[in-house]
Write a protein that binds this ligand. Structure first.
Ligand code: DX5
Ligand code: ZN
Length: 224
């Protein structure tokens, strides 16, 4: 069975109690903390930045998965490295020099990844697979939590999985396949069947009174 990871998105947490919310979701079994950074420029919303990442970082050992929805990309990468990010992903459309930005993240010791909007083709992976640790597929248009899963993402997940398997067979190096947007208990199994191993979930978890019950229910679905 693949090694599945659940990554609650803090975007749907109660911001007035952010540290507490993060600790609750970790106690409930989160494998990663997904940290959505929005700038009202690349996406039509503003969330939080490196200062907030730095403030929560000392309160957990769980990896922080920083999803940059900002442009420009390179200016802010070193700030997130200093703030204690473990993984940094960005959208190829938001970066002027994709290879350089991936290198900047990797050289700083973080894992790097590219994020694909629903209509963005996977060809941005060509020529940069050696610099990628995570492929993040958006299953909603980025900018807001609580949207519905776009079903065409499943076909894209299968295509990304095929690329990863071919790459891993050739090089022995692992690449995670992560999905972001509209993930719920009732669709996580179908998403896993399409080859996804890492699941971001915001409103599905933080919208509920018992975080552990939701994460456990997701893991039960993944066992089926
Ligand atoms: C959307 C963000 C997502 C979002 C997911 O731009 O990247 O991480 O928080 O939220 P849900 O799980 O509610 O779709
Ligand atoms: Zn995200």
């Amino acid at each position: 069975m693949p090694n599945f990871r659940i990554a609650p998105s803090l975007l749907s947490a109660d911001f007035s109690r952010l540290g507490e919310e993060m600790q609750s979701v970790i106690a409930a079994g989160a494998d990663l903390i997904h940290f959505d950074v929005m700038d009202n420029h690349y996406v039509p919303n503003i969330s939080f930045g490196p200062l907030v990442c730095e403030a929560i970082r000392p309160h957990t050992r769980v990896p922080i998965d920083v999803h940059l929805m900002v442009t420009p990309v390179d200016r802010i990468i070193p700030d997130f490295v200093r703030a204690g990010a473990d993984i940094i992903t960005f959208h190829p459309e938001a970066a002027d020099h994709v290879d350089r930005s991936l290198g900047l993240i990797r050289d700083s010791g973080c894992k790097a990844g590219l994020v694909f909007n629903p209509a963005t083709p996977l060809h941005h992976l060509n020529y940069v697979m050696d610099k990628i640790d995570v492929i993040l597929l958006m299953s909603v248009n980025p900018g807001f939590g609580g949207q519905s899963f776009i079903p065409a993402t499943l076909e894209k997940a299968r295509a990304a999985r095929a690329r990863i398997d071919e790459y891993t067979a050739r090089t022995g190096r692992e690449i995670w396949l992560e999905i972001d947007g509209g993930v719920k208990v009732d669709n996580i199994r179908a998403i896993a069947a399409a080859g996804v191993d890492t699941f971001v979930a915001g409103s599905a978890i933080f919208g509920q009174p018992d975080y552990a019950a939701i994460i456990d229910a997701m893991r039960e679905e993944l066992k089926k």
